[in-house]
Ligand binder design. Structure first.
Ligand code: ADP
Ligand code: MG
Length: 723
């Protein structure tokens, strides 16, 4: 490429930037078919039945389904929809859709828009090419989609038309879950059942429904589309496989929460506007730590709806970026040496009576309800560390976890001063009698207001932190579907709640008075915490000392995906999923197979792309430079000049080219060996990744000497600092 790298053109497009401000109250949810529309368009009896289906999981009678379908179609057609699709979440971690039009030709040569209850509740996309992990053979192509009435249908608009999207579950002909939605729905039921039972035992008999709540914080990078197009690695792998560190990275900490560049802000506003229309309650936007990195976060919702909305967030971030001449990178580690991206999953449990079960109040020590549910989560995380670790395992997330910028691969819980103190009192004295006060922040001048202080500071290094009235699972990867981690959180929490409730019941015997209940609950909490205590860690999760201490505490340290997936199908894990009817053994094994396959395929693509870029881009550019140097050096002979510097440079480049050739040979060998290996995933980890790293090191060294105008790839500096 004969342009000076410094002046390589970038897009700086301004897309569809809307000049007219919008009224957030008017547009919110206008593309969503939910209670207001249902009520306005459905006969009263049908509306009541549908709400009972949504809120109490009652089956949807077929005549009601017909009425709902008709109302939904009318609404969708009014919004310009010509097609509908069953929108589902196969185990690729993304969403899938197959569109059908509403059109039905009539006798008169015209056509009418038709959509029946049957069309609404069931679909049969052939869909044989989605990963099934052995749940069916390829010739058994049947897969069914089934309407999830608990998640609102919505309309996706394009320039030339609109499509009604109906959230659905996806299952095989045998009824096994081929998707991420079915298990999350089953796990919501499990949590509801166990938590409700416990609440009734604890005296809250008015509660009819408990649901998990989820608020996600999505981190992402933006790069100029022109640079993206010139980087084969971003296109195929979603991350840079080569690239020397820029002279300046994130060390100045000046990007974090900095003022948002204009192009980016316009982009964010358009993303938010689209998401508001879709009823996704976006709340927060800001710059993140690395240059070019940003975050978007909605307000929490029912976890199943939040998981669907999370998919819409990822989809919208990517679609809208193109309109601004940018590409949104959701990968966990697009740039080496800079912070990667995560997706914090804020998790709690709420009741239909409006309680947050993880709300400690001012004095958590005497809030037995809170302590009961908080203890259940601690026990769940302690007992199922391996399962939680496996839920976030991917080749991409391996770059983050434990890389001293993201939580370590060791699962532990940050509780903060106040709660740790309450548990310490319980364990040391058998009861807790006080809660440390949070107090006020003194800012040393009367001009500033006295602001109340939280009961505990934050801890950025913890993978699972209590943050006031919810737990925040921070180790989740930015590109992944949140459904599987949340399914696991729901299931293991349900299991722990069931255990705690059973223990309380046993202690109570026939006694049913308040005092006996309080004594029983306190005793159970103490007993449970005696074994779960090692999971609490408030210190620095990035430190080496923690790795040692965690080992002494007997906590797992599953450093890579290969280690984490190895225990996914352990007997204990199978048992918890089967007991709560979330996944059968067969379904869990299929996940194991698919995640392993995805790991191998990802690394295979990365290795092939690394090799391709090194051979067809880096090597020719370097040889060209070597040739220029050799030509210049030979001129020196004619001119009777030494040209010592030229020759030195030529020697240096020549040696680096030799290095690159040698590392390429090794990568080739490693890839061949991996394909033949019995355990291909392990061979990828132990042979291919190290070989890829050496090729990268050789390429990056060349990037440091080859002239910018010969270098065929946009550099880190260009990609990260052009606004
Ligand atoms: P923090 O400052 O601790 O990160 P925020 O108030 O910014 O907390 O919230 C982060 C995310 O947590 C948001 O998506 C928010 O809606 C969500 N959140 C707040 N309360 C709950 C809850 N009870 N359950 C689940 N998520 C919650
Ligand atoms: Mg947070």
């Amino acid at each position: 490429m004969a342009v000076l790298s410094a002046s390589r053109p970038h897009t700086n497009g301004n897309g569809h930037a809307r000049k007219t401000p919008f009224d957030i109250q008017k547009i919110f949810g206008e593309k969503v078919f939910w209670y207001d529309e249902m009520k306005a368009r459905l006969p009263k009896a049908s509306y009541k039945k549908l709400r009972a289906t949504i809120e109490k999981s009652e089956p949807l009678p077929s005549d009601v389904a017909d009425a709902v379908a008709m109302a939904m179609k009318e609404w969708a057609v009014e919004h310009g929809a010509t097609h509908y699709t069953h929108w589902f979440q196969p185990l690729t971690g993304r969403t899938a859709e197959k569109h059908d039009s509403f059109i039905t030709p009539n006798d008169g040569g015209g056509a009418v828009a038709e959509f029946s209850g049957a069309n609404l509740i069931q679909g049969e996309p052939d869909a044989s090419s989605f990963p099934s992990g052995g749940l069916r053979a390829t010739f058994e192509a049947r897969g069914y989609t089934a309407y999830d009435p608990t998640s609102p249908a919505f309309i996706i608009e394009n320039d030339n038309g609109s499509t009604l999207c109906i959230p659905t579950a996806f299952a095989s002909w045998t009824g096994e879950a081929l998707d991420h939605k079915t298990p999350i729905l089953r796990s919501m039921e499990a949590l509801n059942k166990e938590a409700k039972r416990a609440l009734h035992l604890l005296g809250h008999t008015d509660v009819n429904r408990v649901y998990a709540t989820l608020g996600t914080e999505q981190e992402y990078f933006l790069v100029d589309a022109a640079y993206y197009n010139d980087r084969p690695d971003l296109g195929t792998a979603g991350r840079t496989l080569l690239g020397a560190a820029p002279p300046r990275g994130q060390e100045m900490d000046d990007h974090y929460f900095g003022s948002i560049p204009d192009r980016v802000l316009s982009y964010m506003q358009e993303v938010e506007m689209e998401l508001y229309r879709l009823g996704v309650p976006i709340k927060t936007r800001h710059n993140e730590v690395a240059p070019g990195q940003y975050e978007i976060a909605p307000i929490f919702e029912n976890a199943n709806v939040a998981a669907d909305h999370q998919q819409l967030i990822m989809m919208t971030l990517q679609r809208v970026a193109r309109r601004y001449g940018m590409v949104c990178l959701l990968h966990e580690k697009p740039f080496s040496g800079l912070n990667g991206s995560g997706k914090h999953c804020n998790f709690s449990m709420a009741t239909d009576t409006g309680m947050n079960l993880l709300e400690p109040g001012e004095t958590p020590h005497d809030n037995l309800l809170f302590l009961f549910f908080c203890t259940a989560v601690l026990k769940a995380v302690h007992e199922y560390q391996g399962l939680l670790r496996a839920s976030i395992a991917s080749a991409a997330n391996d770059h983050r976890l434990g890389a001293n910028e993201a939580p370590p691969a060791i699962l532990s819980v940050f509780l903060g001063d106040q709660l740790t103190d309450v548990y310490d009192q319980l364990l040391d004295q058998g009861k807790a009698t006080s809660s440390k006060e949070s107090g006020f922040l003194g800012l040393g001048t009367p001009v500033l207001p006295r602001i109340p202080r939280h009961a505990g500071d934050r801890n950025r290094t913890s993978p699972f932190a209590f943050t006031g009235n919810k737990f925040e699972f921070r180790a989740v990867g930015s590109s992944q579907s949140v459904s599987f981690p949340v399914t696991i959180l729901n299931t293991i929490t349900a299991e722990a709640i069931a255990d705690l409730a059973a223990a309380v019941e046993k202690k109570l015997g026939k006694k049913r008075n308040k005092k006996a209940l309080e004594a029983a609950v306190s005793e159970v909490i103490v007993e449970v915490m005696q074994s779960a205590r090692p999971i609490i860690f408030n210190g620095d999760g990035y430190s080496d000392a923690w790795h040692k201490e965690a080992e002494e505490r007997g906590l797992l340290n599953l450093k890579t995906t290969v280690d984490a997936l190895a225990s996914l199908c352990d007997e204990k894990n199978v048992a918890v999923f089967e007991k709560h009817e979330v996944l059968t053994k067969h379904e869990l094994e299929s996940r194991h197979e698919i995640f392993t396959e995805q790991y191998v395929m990802t690394l295979n693509i990365e290795a092939a792309t690394t090799e391709h870029m090194a051979r067809t881009m880096v090597l020719p550019a370097s040889i060209q430079y070597l040739s220029d140097l050799a030509t210049t050096a030979s001129l020196g002979v004619d001119l009777k000049l030494g040209f010592g510097g030229v020759k030195e440079t030529a020697k240096e480049v020549s040696a680096l080219v030799d290095d690159l050739r040698a590392t390429l040979g090794k990568l080739d060998k490693a890839r061949t060996a991996a394909h033949k290996a019995k355990d291909e995933a392990k061979a990828m980890k132990t042979k291919v990744i190290p070989a890829m790293n050496t090729v990268r090191a050789a390429c990056d060294a060349l990037e440091g000497v080859v002239p910018a105008d010969l270098w065929p790839l946009p550099s880190y500096r260009e990609m990260l600092f052009m606004k």
